[in-house]
Ligand binder design. Structure first.
Ligand code: GTP
Ligand code: MG
Length: 332
């Protein structure tokens, strides 16, 4: 609206009627034509410039493939692939790892950093939802991801206390359905990142392997999963068979030997790691049992750094001299 009158309440611009009943061309309050432009700009404030975009957390809280790639270009990260049927204990193991680190109770390691603290916290909070002081039936929430979504990675930087070495882990919390469709329909498009994984955890509920009814089916599906993984991978990747619910009991050694033999026949190197992410009432092991072992095995033995031009070994020098001497005498 153009300001034509000095009285703010005047509606002459819309109605063409002067509130004070003055003839329009004689009204003392009328703003002259040359004044009009200045008055209108003065009354209409200039549009605000858009505020600068502030950095935000990614909406999913976890890291997408692009963000994970960016981090990997900055520093070496170990990518851990985590597979396993629904309810096998994948999310619980991550919650337990995070809770152990938070309480500085992960034997041999300390928390270094995390770029996905919010997501880890969310998982851990799910794990800590108690009903009036007693643990609920389901301690972690069933993982659900949008059909077309990429694996979202959780990031943890750990410091090994023994030598202060620092390790960055990228671990996706995938829904069990992704493993089911991988086994049943060989749906591997969402699991392509496994090809560049440094280690793969295959999770299984130890209780199902100890129960007569479910034992054979569980073993069969684990074997099928190993077959799918072997076909997908283009190079040797260490596989850890993580048996959860160790607090409820142990799994038969013969079954594990048979699975290992089957994996070896598929050129997979399989190691068994029993864990108990939590402890049921009256359980046999403490909460977090085996998690430190799982991390140690995931990080693996560091390969000896290749020495391009090794220093001569001082301690061996006298022997070299002896050899030199003995070479001359023919006693070597
Ligand atoms: N006592 C005990 N409970 C466990 C253990 N591992 C998992 N659970 C419980 O078992 C249930 C299922 O575990 P989750 O970690 O949610 O299973 P998941 O593999 O992530 O399942 P999806 O997300 O559905 O694929 C939860 O209630 C966990 O708290 C364990 O070692 N000991
Ligand atoms: Mg889950």
């Amino acid at each position: 609206m153009l300001a034509t009158c000095r009285i703010p309440e005047c509606t002459f611009a819309e109605t063409g009627v002067c509130l004070e009943n003055n003839p329009p061309d004689q009204c003392p309050n009328r703003i002259a034509a040359d004044e009009d432009g200045a008055a209108s700009t003065a009354s209409v404030p200039p549009p605000l410039s858009a505020p600068e975009e502030k950095p935000r957390f990614p909406s999913s809280l976890t890291m997408g493939l692009t963000e994970a790639g960016e981090l990997m270009s900055e520093r070496y990260c170990r990518v851990v692939g985590i597979l396993g049927a629904p309810d096998s204990g994948k999310t619980a193991s991550l919650a337990s790892l995070f809770l152990l680190l938070g309480g500085n109770k992960l034997s041999g390691f300390e928390f270094g950093d995390s770029r996905t603290l919010m997501a880890l916290n969310e998982i851990a909070q799910g794990a800590r939802r108690f009903n009036e002081g007693s643990p609920p039936e389901q301690m972690t929430v069933h993982t659900e991801l949008n059909e077309d979504r990429d694996a979202g990675f959780l990031h943890l930087r750990l410091k090994r206390i023994a030598d202060e070495a620092v390790f960055d882990l990228l671990m996706p919390d995938l829904p069990g359905e992704w493993s089911d469709t991988f086994i049943d329909r060989n749906r591997a498009d969402r699991l392509d990142f496994l090809k560049s994984a440094d280690c793969i955890w295959i999770m299984a509920d130890g209780r199902q392997l100890a129960t007569l009814d479910s034992r054979r089916t569980t073993l069969r599906r684990l074997d099928l999963l190993l077959g799918r993984v072997a076909a997908l991978l283009e190079r040797a990747v260490p596989i850890l068979l993580v048996l959860t619910h160790r607090d409820s009991g142990e799994v038969s050694d013969e079954d594990m030997a048979a699975l290992k033999a089957s994996a070896a026949a598929k050129s997979l190197e399989l190691e068994v790691v029993p864990i108990s992410s939590f402890r049921r009432r009256g359980g046999q092991t403490s909460p977090g049992f085996g998690i430190a072992d799982l991390i140690t095995k995931t990080i693996g033995a560091d390969p000896d750094p290749t020495v391009f031009w090794p220093d001569s070994d001082q301690s061996a020098e006298p022997r070299q001299m002896l050899r030199f001497g003995s070479a001359g005498t023919g006693h070597e």
